[in-house]
Write a protein that binds this ligand. Structure first.
Ligand code: FAD
Length: 406
């Protein structure tokens, strides 16, 4: 078999790259290990991704699904509430997005690119890749009966998420520089959901300085709940995953009543030490995008936005590379991507050392500070005109220092 662009994985990173490259006239093939629809975590999107879906004509198929609209986010700490409204953000760009069951969301995207002519092999797993002198490649993959097949390609996009296919095969995995954090989560039929905005607002309930509960209501009446925190803390609970999650729910004064006796849709999943990183993001004939390249932490819902940003950029650079244009992958890809990662990393660190929480809940609110942080929370971490992006490594701690000395 032969293709021009081989994409490993049909998650959002895979399908957005497929949509762009197919539109440029390339033959694109996706190899996907599972059968869709399949469950994956990562259900709260950021407005930034809307710009990307629009650019590759994928917004319309998503709009038809009537996913729950997300126009901001709420942070809760005991009786304190901090509400962000994306329409009041500093950077221009989309000011809303969706809360999505990923099984449906990812299938919608995959079906749409397949309809346009991208070939998708479901239930096929990439197991081996070798590169030729001219940077083309031969990839071995296995179908569910165990038959081994081969496909040659001019370029590979590794969008395999936690599969981290090329980092594993090419020995590119490195430990994340973030502390080891883990998560436990499920879906439930939200039978006690209050009417109106209170019922559908995405919320993060801080139950301990470094442990938080997410509540992501979907338009189908189900809600995703999950805790994230230090691995040691998550592992300190004993019992089945359901027993652990039910016990942890007792920490949430805000949500306990709503979820206590409600049946879970499936046995909760536990994901230990979820942060990922890789030594390099590209090489001759391949690029890593989305989670395969890096995953930080779910606290600001940046995963899918990072997946769409990195994959769309990678697709544009592949297009130019294969048309023999000069591309400086280090500068145009790695440095650009790393910049956004570094901004999010600063905010994640400031979250877990509680500086950011102090800023969020400080009264009275400072609308100027809030609209700039709101841009970061909407995913606009490449907007250097925003001082909260430009000085990401020190702005939060300086603000908190000032507040402490007020
Ligand atoms: P994926 O969506 O994981 O897709 C990768 C695909 O590759 C999969 O379908 C897989 O089956 C396939 N694959 C793997 N190995 C192979 C192989 N060998 N051969 C062929 N195919 C293969 N992000 C958000 O934006 N919002 C959130 O609210 C959010 N919450 C999160 C909560 C937790 C606890 C965690 C851990 C993460 C969360 N994320 C969130 C991150 C989000 O899950 C990921 O960033 C996002 O799914 C990455 O998309 P992707 O396309 O890179 O990978």
């Amino acid at each position: 078999m032969t293709t021009e662009i081989l994409i490993i994985g049909a998650g959002p990173a895979g399908t957005i790259a497929a949509a762009y490259l197919h539109k440029q006239g390339f033959k694109v093939t996706i190899i996907e290990k599972t059968k869709f629809p399949r469950f994956v975590i990562g259900e709260s999107l950021l407005p930034l991704s809307m710009d990307h879906f629009k650019e590759v004509d994928l917004l319309e198929c998503l709009e038809k699904q009537n996913f729950e609209v997300k126009s901001g986010a709420r942070f809760i700490r005991g009786k304190e509430i901090c509400l962000f409204d994306f329409s009041k953000k500093y950077t221009k760009g989309a000011d809303w997005t969706w809360q999505v069951p990923r099984a449906d969301f990812d299938k919608t995207l995959a079906d749409e690119v397949e309809k346009r002519g991208v070939e998708i092999f479901y239930e096929h797993e990439v197991i081996e890749v070798s590169f030729n002198e001219d940077s083309s490649s031969v990839t071995k993959f296995r179908d569910k009966e165990g038959n081994i097949k081969e496909i040659s390609a001019r370029f590979i996009v590794d969008a395999s998420g936690y599969g981290q296919v090329l980092p594993r095969l090419l020995d590119l995995e490195v430990p994340s520089t973030l502390p080891k954090h883990s998560s436990i989560f499920t879906h439930l039929k939200d039978v006690k959901r209050p009417n109106g905005k209170e019922g559908t607002l995405i919320s993060f309930d801080i139950v301990k300085p470094d442990v938080w509960l997410w509540v992501i209501p979907f338009s189908n009446g189900n809600t995703s709940i999950g805790f994230a925190g230090p691995t040691e803390f998550i592992n300190s609970y004993k019992g089945t995953n359901e027993e652990v999650l039910r016990e942890m729910l007792k920490m949430s004064d805000y949500y306990y009543e709503r979820f206590a006796d409600v049946e879970f849709s499936f046995e909760p999943h536990k994901l230990l030490n979820y942060s990922t990183a890789s030594k390099q993001l590209y090489g001759k004939g391949y690029v890593l995008t989305g989670n395969s390249a890096e995953f930080l932490d779910p606290v600001f819902s940046s995963g899918v936005a990072f997946a769409t940003t990195s994959s769309l950029l990678a697709a544009k650079l592949i297009d130019r590379t294969l048309r023999d244009e000069k591309v400086d992958w280090e500068k145009e890809y790695t440095q650009h991507i790393k910049h956004g990662v570094d901004v999010f990393k600063s905010y994640i660190n400031e979250w877990y050392n509680t500086n950011l929480q102090k800023l969020f809940f400080h009264q009275p609110e400072n609308p100027d500070v809030k609209e700039k942080i709101c841009s970061v929370l909407a995913g606009y971490v490449w907007d250097e005109t925003n001082p909260f992006v430009k000085k990401h490594d020190r702005v939060v701690s300086s603000m908190v220092h000032m507040l402490n000395n007020e």
